[in-house]
Design a protein around this ligand. Structure first.
Ligand code: PRX
Length: 658
């Protein structure tokens, strides 16, 4: 099914949206191919739309592939672009962030709403930059870690660090002490910013307790700043931990910290993400290329304007929040919503009540969220006014057509542009998406749409050869793009190996995809050992490593199986050590070990005890075979299997579970 843009939707909703934007796919393809042919020149023209302290001399340094450098010689600052620029314009007292806390009163209204104008944000960012620089002695090139819930201090600390050239790594607040410690240690962070807790579904998450455990094994952390969010009593370590309100109170409101003149290819942040094997990789993003891609996509994909109320429902702990809550919308001077808690708390209509309360015009959410809303039924949605919404996108995992149609009909009134933007931590920003801010081409439920301008993705087979249209293959990106990683932190060889070695000269994404006859991409899911649980990226390796830390577990294989709401959920197949017998209590204990090691987001859905796991003759676990059995798919070629009885074991375990 293909849905053409309903006419004249923009006259009703958005008089400014020009119908001249309606183009045929053929026209889009022609425009696109021009931008790809001259991609350096094309991206240079986009980059010239943002403010540089000093213009670049070379658009792309490709002398040492795959370590590409964009806009070499150029100087800029991400904090300048997101705050100072607006303060110098009429946007000075425009609202930047409307923050809504999770707790509600008896009537169901939010207990706390904070509105920060661009000028408020500017002053706070300057004060925190001053604090970091003058009181904590941090300087350009140092690293800090941020482990905060969704409160305004999170973007403020990120922007303050960016202002003084301090590299930050944000750790999602659903990660455990071990996960936090390993990221701090890899980044060699000197300072950690956390809170006395966070609200999640009406409960307090004890962030400070997790931090204290993590810091038992992080020698580089000298200081901790604790933001008071809950107001409860937490353990404060003398000489190390200080409350944010106490350290900031003497810093004047009008302090100004000169933004560092950063090189385009200097690092902005490190964000850890799961891969096929080994510990999470620290993806390093630059400044010039990254900010250029965000500027472009905010305009093209989100059609962002000054009268919009934009809401991205992600958590800033993931890349979506970095790019499309913090740097992208603020660079464009948008007014955005930042919501602290669960989208269905205390009732399933929390998300729609937010749309209604602020008159959201642009909604960026995830398939998992949509599917969970669907489950609650239409009436929760119909009880609220959502007709302000003029554009929607989804991200994080493939969107099933049913979920797409449900939201498009109910909130999108069968007329608003609604896409599924494909990208990943590594790409920095959206690379495959409809571009309603530029061109309107037909939508198709479930597709990711055509590539954005200047980007050349393709679908290839095992040998790196382009597959036929409608045929499944591996997604690759054929040209360097602004926003691409600089490297994997402290592990450039791994960067080359993981992304650039499988198909020489092409960036290997790790997703299966299909390209249809119109040139639209359909990303089908991961082709490797990464699973996406509710859109969160988890490596089976991390889960397996956590499982075998339990003394009863000898070996473990984790696979992702389809789930109607979360997209995928992890199943664990475990071989017990001698002397242990399977029972419910042991299952619970093992599951708890995984939650403790990785974090509450790493909840294994089901655990199965088996005597054998399918392995190759060289001893590698064949997860593909486990997955095929568990999902009743074709098991495929098992000639390399060491012992066929292992397949029966898996089947038996699945049957017995029911
Ligand atoms: O499998 C793809 C899936 O999410 C992966 C990247 O995960 P992460 O780095 O956590 O970034 C998520 C948010 C940008 C990809 O390899 N993915 C992301 N967006 C989509 C998607 N799959 C299908 N459709 C999407 N729109």
């Amino acid at each position: 099914m293909s849905v053409t843009w309903a006419l004249p939707f923009d006259q009703k909703i958005n008089p400014k949206l020009n119908l001249n934007r309606l183009v045929s796919i053929t026209t889009y393809k022609e425009i696109h191919s021009q931008t790809v042919k001259d991609y350096k020149q094309f991206w240079a023209s986009v980059a010239s739309e943002i403010d540089w302290f000093k213009p670049w001399e070379k658009t792309l340094d490709d002398s040492n592939p795959p370590f590409y450098k964009w806009f070499v010689g150029g100087e800029l600052n991400a904090s300048y672009l997101t705050v100072d620029r607006h303060v110098k314009s009429w946007r000075k007292n425009k609202v930047a962030i409307i923050w809504e806390g999770e707790p509600v009163d008896e009537k169901g209204n939010p207990k706390e709403v904070r509105k920060l104008t661009y000028y408020d944000l500017y002053r706070e960012v300057n004060r925190v930059a001053y604090l970091l620089k003058e009181k904590y002695g941090l300087k350009k090139g140092d690293a800090i870690a941020i482990y905060l819930p969704m409160i305004p201090e999170l973007p403020i600390f990120m922007l303050a660090a960016a202002r003084i050239g301090v590299v930050f790594t944000v750790v999602f607040s659903g990660f455990s002490a071990d996960a936090l410690a390993s990221r701090i240690n890899d980044a060699e962070a000197k300072l950690l910013i956390t809170a006395d807790g966070g609200w999640r579904r009406g409960k307090v998450v004890d962030l400070k307790g997790i931090v204290d455990k993590a810091l038992e094994k992080t020698p580089t952390i000298k200081d901790v700043i604790v933001v008071r969010r809950i107001g409860n009593k937490v353990n404060m370590v003398e000489g190390r931990d200080k409350y944010f309100d106490e350290v900031i109170k003497d810093i004047p409101q009008n302090v100004y910290v000169e933004p560092e003149r950063m090189k385009s290819e200097d690092p902005l942040y490190i964000l850890y993400t799961s891969g096929t094997t080994g510990k999470p990789k620290g993806i390093v993003h630059d400044i010039g290329g990254y900010m250029t891609l965000l500027h472009a996509t905010m305009k093209w994909v989100f059609d962002i304007r000054d009268d919009d109320i934009y809401w991205c429902t992600a958590d800033i702990g993931w890349v979506t929040g970095h790019s499309y809550i913090v740097f992208g919308p603020l660079m464009e001077g948008a007014t955005e919503i930042m919501y602290e808690g669960a989208l269905d708390y205390p009732q399933p209509d929390r998300w729609v009540s937010i749309i209604e309360r602020y008159g959201i015009t642009i909604l960026y959410t995830s398939p998992t969220a949509i599917r969970s809303f669907m489950k609650y039924g239409d009436n929760w949605v119909k009880a609220h006014i959502t007709s302000t919404v003029r554009l929607m996108h989804s991200v994080g995992e493939p969107i099933n057509p049913e979920a797409w149609e449900w939201l498009w009909k109910l909130v999108g009134r069968e007329e608003v542009p609604f896409g599924s933007t494909w990208w990943m931590t590594e790409t920095g920003g959206i690379l495959i998406s409809h571009l309603p801010g530029l061109y309107l081409v037909p939508m198709k439920p479930g597709t990711n749409g055509p590539p954005i301008l200047g980007i050349e993705p393709d679908v290839v087979n095992e040998d790196g050869k382009q597959v036929n249209l409608e045929e499944r293959g591996y997604l690759v990106i054929k040209n360097p793009w602004p926003g691409m990683p600089l490297t994997i932190y402290k592990d450039p060889e791994r960067y080359v190996k993981v992304y650039w070695s499988r198909f020489p000269g092409m960036f290997y994404v790790g997703d299966y995809a299909v390209k249809d006859k119109d040139g639209y991409f359909w990303i089908l899911g991961r082709a490797d050992e990464v699973i996406k649980v509710a859109g969160h990226r988890l490596g089976t390796y991390e889960l397996e490593s956590a499982l075998i830390e339990h003394p009863a577990v000898a070996e473990a294989a984790v696979i992702g199986v389809p789930d109607p709401v979360k997209g995928e959920v992890p199943y664990a197949f475990v071989i017990l050590r001698q002397g242990y017998t399977p029972n419910t209590q042991l299952s619970q204990e093992i599951l708890k070990t995984v939650r403790d090691k990785v974090g509450p987001i790493a909840t294994i859905d089901k655990i199965f005890f088996v005597g054998k796991l399918p392995k190759t003759r060289s001893g590698k676990i064949m997860r593909r075979v486990v997955r095929a059995v568990a999902t009743r798919a074709e098991v495929g070629d098992i000639t390399t299997l060491e012992d066929e009885a292992s397949v029966e074991e898996i089947k038996k375990a699945l049957e017995e579970f029911k």
